[in-house]
Design a protein around this ligand. Structure first.
Ligand code: GDP
Length: 297
């Protein structure tokens, strides 16, 4: 299960302090030392850990805790609030364009779960929000990617727009948007090409699509299992494309949690959704507070 090691360690650390009628500075120092180690072991970015620990230490040695009647409880509250804010604070929403269709561009490395997430997101928008999405196959390099999206479309009974592998991705995107307008579909979700690594050609192509279609959202799909690599990938995509949100996939696996806990702080972009399995209904809105509660038990 995701976050298992981190959850165990944090819960154990915090348990030591909860029952205390009085909390000394020494207690706080010991706790923060253990929190720091637990986060580093969970592969959280070094600088993120440093800032996080500094904040909880300041707050826990402050009045809010020291003058409280139940300081142990108060410490947990501080850790939970800071963990929530680390993952983005409030839950964030998907844009709705005033002039439909709302255009969402999906980007990410190959294997991150981009195509699957495109299908899942369309499914979620239809089911939860009663929207009519159009899926767009703009990965022209891999015929398998187009087939995969078409299969997803069939499974979900949702329309898929494709012009095969010969067309230019910008044209595909533009024509898809025209079609959505004609057919009064309200979301266009563009599945773009991925590569095994971030490279210039890929970024050029994605930038061109972005400039031409002016999407309402650019969602970066990253694999939570890849830890700090996911964070580095997020940083480079964000620098080139100014993404509007992140989708963390494979949070159902046994990821240590580093990506989930570092991405917002490093990129300052919100995690909008979490992939919780391979099935098409296994995409959830990302709730920082619920995730923090899950970790702290
Ligand atoms: P793409 O190359 O980025 O388009 O990646 P795909 O959508 O083809 O996904 C790659 C693999 O990851 C597939 O086997 C998916 O079923 C799997 N996958 C995607 N999202 C999730 C998820 O949230 N959880 C799990 N367990 N597997 C996922």
């Amino acid at each position: 299960m995701a976050f298992e090691g981190l959850a165990d360690r944090l819960q154990e650390t915090i348990k030591k302090i909860t029952g205390k009628g009085k909390v000394s500075e020494q207690d706080v120092k010991e706790m923060t030392r253990e929190v720091r180690l637990a986060l580093l072991e969970a592969d959280v970015n070094y600088k993120v850990v440093k800032d996080f620990v500094k904040r909880i230490k300041e707050r826990a040695i402050g009045q809010e805790v020291m003058e409280s009647l139940t300081p142990g409880q108060q410490v947990i509250k501080v850790v939970k609030e800071e963990l929530t804010s680390l993952m983005g604070g409030e839950q964030s929403r998907v844009a709705v364009s005033e002039r439909p269709p709302t255009v969402i561009m999906m980007v990410g490395l190959q294997g991150a779960g981009k195509t699957t997430t495109t299908g899942k997101l369309a499914n979620l928008l239809r089911k939860k929000h009663n929207r009519k999405p159009l899926l767009v196959a703009a990965d022209v390099y891999r015929p398998a990617a187009i087939n995969q999206l078409e299969t997803l479309g069939k499974q979900l009974s949702l329309p898929v727009f494709s012009l095969g592998t010969e067309a230019n991705p910008v044209d595909i995107a533009n024509q898809a948007i025209e079609k959505a307008k004609e057919e009064h579909l309200d979301y266009v979700i563009i599945d773009t090409a991925g590569r095994l690594h971030v490279d210039e050609d890929l970024m050029d192509e994605l930038q061109q699509i972005k400039q031409n279609v002016n999407p309402d959202e650019v969602f970066l799909v990253v694999d939570a299992m890849t830890g700090q690599d996911a964070v580095n990938v997020a940083e480079s995509f964000d620098q080139q494309l100014d993404v509007t949100g992140v989708v963390l996939t494979k949070l159902d696996g046994d990821t240590r949690g580093g990506a989930a806990l570092s991405i917002k702080a490093v990129t300052n972009k919100p995690i909008k959704f979490a992939g919780m399995g391979e099935k098409l209904d296994e995409l959830e809105a990302f709730h920082p507070e619920r995730m923090a509660s899950r970790i702290l038990g």
